[in-house]
Design a protein around this ligand. Structure first.
Ligand SMILES: [Zn+2]
Length: 284
């Protein structure tokens, strides 16, 4: 009966070790012949064989060579962009000193409060935002925003079924989810744009606009870079210039690079007349 406490402690430790080992076991133990309990047999010289006798590929250094995750964070106080290593729920802006929440939040149902984080906010399909303030680095909108203040310091994703009054769209970059369809009247000034669904808009992008294979972009586009994946649709007045950094608010892609959308009436002389004359001159 001696050392009852120690025995309990040891048995507790063994249980803990067993639980810790569990996820690693599952990674490569697919059949009933589990070799995980014998780490000695699991060495470099003899890779584990399955029931058919074939050797299975060895998992490459799971959990040993992983680099700490690097998270680009934008301070919601001053807009400064910096990198945070590893997962954390709070950090401090190196520029303005503000203490920043890094928590990811999920909003469901009616909401009219304040939600401020340097993490990600997901507004589910049931979410209805009517008033309040949502500020996050990334926002995924699946539900409805009727009113309020919404700001994505990095990426705003509009999923299928999302509703957002266009004057409330305030994001650095925009992604249109698969099967989602949005039509904006106002000019959108963004950094990156990714279109997986359909987007009709007048866009000025200082970064890269990507139209995925499932995507379709319509309207006007002024951008630094443009990628259209095979299968993606593009029906735009284009002005893509890698060396440009800004477009003035009045500038128009149709003015600089693309002819007027409506063809001139055939009776109007300027373009047709000189060609007609030249042809007439050549013919005897
Ligand atoms: Zn700051």
């Amino acid at each position: 009966m001696a050392n009852r406490g120690t025995n309990e402690w040891i048995s507790g430790l063994a249980t803990l070790r067993a639980t810790q080992r569990q996820p690693r076991v599952r990674r490569y133990a697919t059949g009933p012949s589990i070799d995980a309990e014998s780490p000695a047999a699991d060495d470099e010289a003899s890779p584990p064989a399955d029931r058919t006798g074939h050797t299975r590929p060895r998992p490459m250094g799971i959990g040993r060579t992983t680099m700490p995750t690097q998270n680009e964070v934008v301070c919601y106080g001053c807009g400064f962009q910096f990198v945070v290593r590893g997962r954390t729920t709070v950090t401090q802006c190196p520029k303005c000193g503000a203490r920043l929440s890094m928590k990811d939040e999920t909003i469901t149902g009616g909401f009219h409060e304040e939600c401020v984080t340097a993490g990600k906010v997901t507004l589910t399909r049931s979410a209805i935002v009517d008033g309040g303030k949502i500020t996050a680095n990334d926002i995924l909108l699946e539900g409805i925003i009727k009113s309020g203040q919404v700001r994505a310091h990095k990426m705003l994703t509009l999923a299928k079924g999302a509703e957002l009054p266009e004057d409330l769209l305030d994001a650095r970059s925009l992604k249109i989810g698969p099967e989602a369809s949005f039509d904006f009247e106002r000019t959108l000034e963004l950094h990156d744009v990714e279109v997986c669904g359909e987007l009709k808009a007048r866009i000025k992008a200082t970064g890269t606009v990507t139209v995925r294979a499932s995507g379709h972009l319509l309207g006007q586009l002024m951008a630094k870079h443009l990628i259209v994946e095979e299968g993606g649709g593009l029906n735009c007045a284009l002005d893509v210039q890698p060396n440009r950094t800004t477009w003035s608010s009045t500038e128009d892609a149709t003015e600089s690079t693309v002819a007027e959308p409506q063809a001139r009436p055939l009776t109007e002389p300027p373009i047709i007349a000189p060609i007609a004359q030249a042809t007439a001159g050549d013919t005897p």
